[in-house]
Structure formats: structure tokens, C-alpha cells
Design a protein around this ligand. Structure first.
Ligand code: DX5
Ligand code: ZN
Length: 217
């Protein structure tokens, strides 16, 4: 199956957000990946509701919202109202993860769990059957343009096994440092969706870069 491609708007030109979103509308991208950072869960602040709503006004594709914030349960409904189709919360940020997953699903959004590079996917054992997606971080969250962490391949294998064992429908999304070189092995190991920020937006021809990623087998 061809991969789901989710360009990260974080790497786009914020001064020309409308044209960046229109470029994604015209591309082979499947989703728009929206990175929300609070300066507490991660040492960086990205953007919040007003910017997300502005993106939503122009976006013709689903919005895949990655919350890198503490206490995400306080804002789930607002992110849904702002246009989120999938909402991913970090396992490291949720004391009552099962409850937060149900809270996301109650809004009608798909529920994802994001997992930092140091966190074992085995911790998902008792919740994997309830989620629509696991976002495996292949960099430490907080910044675009970082180097891909090679241990991610092993984590995909472990996660894939867990998903099969538990009869889960969860998709595996890879986030951070994804490019044309590592995409083939990520897919071979079992990834379903690839997030790409700087690789897409720093390329001379983002439309072609997205098409090339989409064509990876
Ligand atoms: C990192 C974000 C990623 C990031 C990916 O904290 O969650 O989604 O934007 O950017 P690249 O592809 O440049 O690593
Ligand atoms: Zn992200």
C-alpha cells in the first residue's frame, strides 16, 4: 500500500501560510500535520488556535494534530472545534491516558498516541486496541530539521507485533527526520504514515518532493 504522507506545516513559511496550504491542497499529500508546542512539554512554542483556524479555512485535507503540550485533556474539545481530524497526545504527558483517548474519540476525532524516542512501545499494550494511530517520534520533539534516530526501525517492528497481537487497527506514523533515504525501510518495517517537515519545505520543489515520498514502496 502507498504511504500516507503528512507534511508538517511547522516547516512552512508562516508569512505565506495561505499559499503554503494551497500548495499542499494541490499536492499528493494526504494529511496536514499540525505541530502544537507549549514551551513546557517541549522547549519550544509553535502556534495555537488562531493559526490553526487560519490553516483550517484553506485546508482541503484532514488535519493531523500533534499535541506536544502538558495536560492536553484541558484542550481536546477546542482542538476539535479548531478543525482537528486526528488528535495525538503524548503518552509522557497523560496521567490518565485511557480516559484522554476516550475523550478524543467522544469529540468524533480519531485518537492518536505519540511516543518519545526513549519510551518503550510495550507501554501501549493495554491501550493499543483503543487507538486509531501511534505516532512514533523519530527525533526528540520540539524542533523541525533534526536528525533521524535509527532505533526507530526496531520500535516499528515491536509496535507492529503488538498491534497484531492485540488485534488493533492502529496506524503507525513516523515523525521526525523523515526523508527519501529512510522512507523505504520505514515502510518495509511497517510504517503507514510519514510526517515530513523540512525535507518537504526546504526542497526546491515541494510538490515533487511530496510526490516522490508518496511513490516510495
Ligand atoms: C517535531 C515535530 C515534527 C517536525 C518534523 O517536534 O513533531 O512533526 O515538524 O519536522 P522534520 O521533518 O523537519 O523533522
Ligand atoms: Zn509532529
Amino acid at each position: 500500500m502507498r504511504p500516507i504522507i503528512a507534511p508538517s506545516v511547522l516547516a512552512s513559511d508562516f508569512a505565506n501560510l495561505q499559499s503554503e496550504v494551497e500548495m499542499l491542497n494541490n499536492s499528493q499529500a494526504d494529511w496536514l500535520h499540525i505541530d502544537i508546542m507549549d514551551g513546557r512539554f517541549v522547549p519550544n512554542i509553535s502556534f495555537g488556535f488562531p493559526v490553526m483556524e487560519a490553516i483550517k479555512r484553506h485546508a482541503q485535507k484532514p488535519m493531523d494534530v500533534h499535541l506536544m503540550i502538558v495536560e492536553p485533556e484541558l484542550y481536546i474539545e477546542r482542538f476539535r472545534d479548531a478543525g482537528a481530524d486526528t488528535i495525538s497526545v503524548h503518552i509522557e504527558a497523560c496521567t490518565h491516558l485511557h480516559r484522554t483517548v476516550q475523550q478524543i474519540k467522544a469529540t468524533g476525532a480519531k485518537a492518536g498516541i505519540a511516543v518519545n524516542p526513549h519510551t518503550s512501545v510495550q507501554l501501549l499494550e493495554d491501550v493499543i486496541a483503543d487507538v486509531d494511530m501511534v505516532c512514533l517520534m523519530s527525533v526528540n520533539p520540539g524542533f523541525g530539521g533534526q536528525k533521524f534516530i535509527e532505533n526507530t526501525y526496531r520500535k516499528i517492528e515491536n509496535l507492529k507485533n503488538l498491534i497484531i497481537q492485540r488485534n488493533s487497527q492502529a496506524l503507525i506514523e513516523i515523525d521526525g527526520g523523515v526523508n527519501q533515504d529512510n522512507a523505504p525501510l520505514l515502510l518495509e518495517k511497517g510504517a503507514d504514515a510519514l510526517v515530513a517537515g523540512s525535507f518537504v519545505f526546504s526542497s526546491p520543489d515541494p510538490l515533487q518532493t511530496i510526490a516522490d515520498l508518496k511513490a516510495v514502496k
